[in-house]
Design a binder for this molecule. Structure first.
Ligand code: HEC
Ligand code: HEC
Ligand code: HEC
Ligand code: HEC
Ligand code: HEC
Ligand code: HEC
Ligand code: HEC
Length: 334
C-alpha cells in the first residue's frame, strides 16, 4: 500500500518538471521563433535606420553571403572575410549607433561588386564632424588631434594611419569617461592597442617593420600579466597631458616609462593618467595617499598610509631610545 502511494508521488513529482519544460518549450518557440526579428526590434529603439542598414548587414552582418546569377538562377555561398564582418550588437552599442551606413559610406556601396572608385573615397575625419563644436567641447577634439599628429603612429605613416585605426568606426564607444568597471575599461583600452600589436596581419598593413613581440619587449616588468590587467598601455607610452582625459601622444619606445617609482611612489603617475577622473575627489582619504587607487588596486609605494607611517616612525624612535638607555645603563654599571 505504502509503496504504491510512494510511487504515485514520484510520478507526480517527475511529471511536474516535464510538463513545465514542455510548456516552456512551446512558449519559447513562439517568442523566439525568429531571433533576428526580435533583435531588430531592440535595435530599432536606438536607430531609425535599422531596416536601411539591413541592405548592408545582409552580407556584412554574417560570416557568409550569397552570390546569385539572375539569368541562370544559380546561387552560391561564399565566406565573408573576418575583417569585413560587423556584428549588429556591437554596431548598435557604439557611439555612432544612430548613423546609417550610408551616412559615412556612399550609397554606391549598394552596388555589388562594389566599384573601385567608391573604395578609394576619402573617409570623413573625426574633426570634420566634431571639431570646434560646443556640444563636444568637453572632449577637446582639437587638442587630441594636435597630440595625435605628433605621435609615433602618425609620423611613421601619415598617409594611412588615422584616428579610425584605433577607433573602429563600427564598434568604438567611450569607456573611461563614464566607467563603472575599471578592469573592463583597462581591458577595452588595451585591446585597442593589441588589435595591431598582437595581430601581425593588421600591424604589417601599416609598416614594413618585422613583428614586435610585446611579451618579450616587456620582460623587464615583473608579473607582466598582473600589470597589464591593472594599467593601460597608454600609461607608459603617452606623454602626460594636463588638458585632455585620454593622452594621445604615443612616444617612441625609448621615451616609455621604465622606472618602477613612476607608479610605485607617492607621486604616482597613475593619479594623472588612469585615475585622472576620480583623482579630483579627496586625495588623502583615511590617511592613505592616492586613496582612489585603492578601490581597484593596491599599488606598492603609492598607497602608503600617513598614520601607519607615523606609527612606524614612533616605534622606530622608541626602539632607538630603548637601545640608548640600555647602552647608558651598561656604561653606568661599568
Ligand atoms: C552581396 C553582399 C554585400 C552587400 C549587400 C554589401 N557588401 Fe560590402 N562587401 C561585400 C564583400 C564580399 C566585400 C569584400 C570583398 C570586396 O572587397 O569586394 C565587401 C567590402 C566592403 C567594403 C570594403 C571595401 C574596401 O575595398 O575596402 C566596404 C566599405 C563595404 N563593403 C561597405 C558596404 C556597405 C556600406 C554596404 C551597404 C550599402 C555594403 N557594403 C553592402 C559584400 C557586400
Ligand atoms: C561613423 C562613420 C561610419 C559608419 C556609420 C559606418 N562606417 Fe563603415 N567604415 C567607416 C570608415 C572610416 C572605414 C575605414 C576604416 C579604416 O580606414 O580603418 C569603414 C570601413 C568599412 C568596411 C571595411 C572593413 C573595415 O572595417 O575596415 C566595411 C565592410 C564597412 N565599413 C561597412 C559598414 C557598414 C555595413 C555600416 C553600417 C552598418 C558602416 N560601415 C557604417 C566609417 C563608417
Ligand atoms: C560624420 C560625422 C562624424 C564623424 C566622422 C565622427 N563622428 Fe563622432 N559623433 C557624431 C555624431 C552626430 C554623434 C552623436 C551621436 C548621437 O547623439 O547619437 C557622435 C558621437 C560621438 C561620441 C559620443 C559623444 C557623447 O557625448 O555621447 C564620441 C566619443 C565620438 N563621436 C567620437 C568620434 C571619434 C573618435 C571619431 C573619429 C574616429 C568620430 N567621432 C567621427 C558624428 C561624427
Ligand atoms: C593609438 C590609438 C589611438 C589613436 C590613433 C587615436 N585614439 Fe582616441 N583614444 C584611444 C584610446 C585607447 C582611448 C580611450 C577610450 C576610452 O576608454 O574611452 C581614446 C579616447 C578618445 C576619445 C574619448 C576621450 C574622452 O575624453 O572620453 C576621443 C574623443 C578620441 N579618442 C578622439 C581621437 C581622435 C580625434 C583621434 C585622431 C586625431 C584619435 N582619438 C586617435 C586611442 C587612440
Ligand atoms: C592600427 C594598428 C595599430 C594600433 C591600433 C596601435 N599601433 Fe602602435 N604601432 C603600429 C605600427 C604599424 C607601428 C610601427 C610604426 C613604424 O615604426 O613603422 C607601431 C609602433 C608603436 C610603438 C613603437 C614605437 C617605436 O619607437 O618603435 C609603440 C610604443 C606603440 N606603437 C604603442 C601603441 C599603443 C600604446 C597603442 C594603443 C594606444 C598602439 N600602439 C596602437 C600599429 C598600431
Ligand atoms: C609599465 C610600463 C609599460 C606598459 C604598461 C606597457 N609598456 Fe610597452 N614598453 C615599455 C617600455 C619601457 C618599452 C621599451 C622596452 C625596451 O626598449 O627595452 C616598451 C616597448 C614597447 C614597444 C616597442 C617595441 C619595439 O621594439 O619597437 C611596443 C610596440 C609596446 N611597448 C607596446 C605596448 C603595448 C601594446 C602595451 C599594452 C598591452 C604596452 N606596451 C604596455 C613600457 C610599458
Ligand atoms: C604604469 C605603472 C606601473 C609601473 C611603471 C610599474 N608598476 Fe608595478 N604595479 C602597478 C600596479 C597598478 C600594480 C597593482 C596590481 C594589483 O592590484 O595587485 C602593480 C603591482 C606590482 C607588484 C605586486 C605584484 C604582485 O604579485 O602582487 C610588484 C611586485 C610590482 N608591481 C613591481 C614593479 C616593478 C619592479 C616595476 C619596475 C620594473 C613596476 N612594478 C613598474 C603599476 C606599475
Amino acid at each position: 500500500m505504502i509503496s504504491t502511494k510512494h510511487n504515485h508521488k514520484i510520478f507526480q513529482f517527475s511529471l511536474l518538471p516535464v510538463t513545465l519544460l514542455i510548456l516552456l518549450g512551446c512558449l519559447s518557440f513562439t517568442i523566439f521563433k525568429n531571433p533576428d526579428e526580435k533583435d531588430l526590434e531592440i535595435f530599432r529603439e536606438v536607430s531609425d535606420f535599422v531596416d536601411d542598414n539591413e541592405h548592408c548587414f545582409i552580407c556584412h552582418g554574417e560570416t557568409k553571403y550569397q552570390l546569385s546569377d539572375e539569368v541562370t538562377g544559380r546561387v552560391i555561398t561564399r565566406i565573408l572575410c573576418q575583417d569585413r564582418v560587423i556584428k549588429r550588437e556591437d554596431y548598435y552599442r557604439s557611439n555612432h549607433k544612430r548613423f546609417a551606413c550610408v551616412d559615412c559610406h556612399t550609397g554606391k556601396y549598394l552596388q555589388f561588386p562594389h566599384p573601385i572608385e567608391v573604395r578609394l573615397e576619402e573617409p570623413f575625419a573625426c574633426i570634420d564632424c566634431h571639431g570646434y563644436d560646443e556640444n563636444y567641447a568637453d572632449y577637446q577634439f582639437e587638442k587630441i588631434e594636435e597630440e595625435y599628429l605628433q605621435s609615433i603612429h602618425h609620423t611613421a605613416n601619415p598617409a594611412e594611419f588615422s584616428c579610425w585605426k584605433c577607433h573602429n568606426p563600427h564598434t568604438y564607444h567611450i569607456s573611461i569617461r563614464n566607467t563603472e568597471n575599471l578592469s573592463a575599461t583597462i581591458a577595452y583600452d588595451n585591446a585597442i592597442c593589441l588589435s595591431c600589436h598582437a595581430d601581425f596581419n593588421r600591424f604589417q598593413l601599416l609598416t614594413d617593420r618585422g613583428g614586435i613581440n610585446i611579451i618579450q619587449q616587456h620582460q623587464w616588468l615583473p608579473n607582466q600579466a598582473l600589470h597589464f590587467k591593472n594599467v593601460r598601455c597608454i600609461e607608459c607610452h603617452t606623454q602626460i597631458s594636463d588638458d585632455i582625459l585620454v593622452a594621445h601622444l604615443v612616444m617612441p619606445k625609448d621615451e616609455a616609462v621604465h622606472l618602477c617609482s613612476e607608479c610605485h611612489s607617492r607621486n604616482s603617475l597613475l593619479m594623472v593618467t588612469l585615475y585622472k577622473f576620480q583623482s579630483k575627489e579627496a586625495r588623502n582619504k583615511y590617511g592613505f595617499f592616492n586613496a582612489v587607487v585603492m578601490n581597484d588596486a593596491y599599488v606598492i609605494g603609492a598607497n602608503r598610509n600617513y598614520f601607519l607611517n607615523v606609527v612606524s616612525l614612533v616605534i622606530f624612535g622608541l626602539t632607538f631610545l630603548g637601545i640608548i638607555i640600555h647602552i647608558g645603563f651598561r656604561i653606568f654599571n661599568k
